[in-house]
Design a protein around this ligand. Sequence first.
Ligand code: WT7
Length: 641
Amino acid sequence: MPTAAHPPARITRDDYERLYADSVRDPDAFWGRIAQRIDWMRAPTQVRDVSFDVADFRIRWYGDGELNASVNCLDRHLDTRGDKPALIFEPDDPSQPAQHVSYRELHARVCRLGNALRHLGVRKGDRVTIYLPMIVDAVVAMLACARIGAVHSVVFGGFAPQSIADRIADCGSKLVITADEGLRGGKRIALKANVDAALAMHGTNSVETVLVVRHTGAGVDMQMPRDRWFDAVVDSQHAHCEPERMNAEDPLFILYTSGSTGKPKGVLHTTGGYLVYASYTHECVFDLREDDVYWCTADVGWITGHSYIVYGPLANGATALVFEGVPNYPDVSRFWNVIDKHRVTLFYTAPTAIRALMREGDAPVTSTSRASLRLLGTVGEPINPEAWRWYHDVVGDARCPIVDTWWQTETGGILISPLPHAGTPKPGSATKPLPGVRPALVDANGELLDGEAEGNLVILDSWPGQMRTVYGDHPRFIDTYFKTYPGMYFTGDGCRRDADGDYWITGRVDDVINVSGHRIGTAEVESALVGHAGVAEAAVVGFPHDLKGQGIHAFVTLKAGIEPSDALRSELVQCVRTGIGPIATPDRIQWAPGLPKTRSGKIMRRILRKIAEGATEQLGDTSTLADPGVVESLVADRTAS
Ligand code: WT7
């Protein structure tokens, strides 16, 4: 695929070993060459400047390079691909027309919004919060920010007002782009009303303007002069917008993600390295060709949408599908019907969706053709071999390779994944690192493990797509990722490496729960629960869940004199839904007269996890507990419920 300016990234079995060895022997040469795949306004002469040593910490890539990400995603395709669809929009309601947006049209729309943002006083370095449904304007909004050097912070449309407010307050956004409503599975989501509620909350008065996209046409409250209709401000703007020259290390975006402690972290990605990495990995992992129709079912509110709907595919001049809807509306054949309708060749989704659709049997799949499909991908959580085989045999008719891609918000792009033409697939394994990536396993003491082993997954050296900091809290960045195992990036994942050197991710080893591929911090759910006046204390753990991968089990201790009841249970669920969003809804709330604690008062989650799993015969050593009786009562209640 891409332009002749850089070597093809397609990697065969024969190439892989050699390419990998070369890449880690001379990373400067390797990443210097890969950087040539994008257009620079000033070509970098420096490749990497990296130290994971906390005393002398730095991560810089292509430090003297200058570029603009939107120019790479738009302008550079206009001569050769101006009429090619950049995006195909498939609406929630299949009876509504799909839209094809060419590179030329997308360029004009981005330029108009870029000019409008400048007109509204947004300048290079200012933060803009984007809270939109999965519509073309979400992509336009991200690229318009990139064009004028504003830093976007996309907030997933499923988040509640409190979460929006926290994210606005943390980065001090000047402007919010939202829509009247979203539409998912025929249900309306009151996006503008959520923004109104968020802006009434503490800490959000940095926001001067709210741009409102007319999407469903629903009536909304417009608060003048703060609120402006998007079309009224944007349509009259000029379709040429001078792109800002950005240094490679200037911020491109912030994306909030949950960790084991405290509030979500603002993961900051910069411009040059991120774009090189997103475009490179999108091409080699998906074996991208010029005429592909590529569909990633993620939402742009997650990193998968940033890297593999927007920046990677568009930098590569690909055609990407933007889907507003859900897998089971109007029926459970929707994915496969959309694939047939738009002749999708590359399909990328989450194991949780595959498991949910697998449960519906083969007929909704086999009644469709899917003949256009060439490759399938998964992301977000470990895929169980049964779901992998169904995806391969039924969805892919046993003729499409599967790429099980392991990565994180923090990594910016895929780090470990099979390459479609290299190696033998193994259901459930993300297999091997991409060229240039150096994973390793360590034991609890940080000792590197050789050969076949199980331990904690670390990355020994930087790659261009690595996050650079936690917005506004650099010490937290270093503490979270580089202190557990000095000199190494700690992923938070457990992992096994087999005798062939293939990696099998086993899941988070920290207090992060992966619910349907979404990261939920236990601390956030606990803080939403203790926000209820009747709750004294709460401890939240994950447990294995057939469809979601992990479910949320909350142990709740009530204040003296408060009686457990079903009504109270609903109130607590509501606290979480309005405090975070429906994705964090606890599957179970167990009343806990007390929580197992060490004598120093630390909650022993290891024990709570075993109780939630029902593995009560493996509780391990409980002798260090302040009151071992607490555990017996929790086990008895869990068995009874
Ligand atoms: C966590 C990162 C990266 C985009 C979506 C999630 C888990 C991700 C896989 C995979 C096993 C996976 C890990 C990781 N994860 N992909 N292919 N196999 N686990 O991004 O919200 O930052 O979550 O998702 O536990 O640490 P995220």
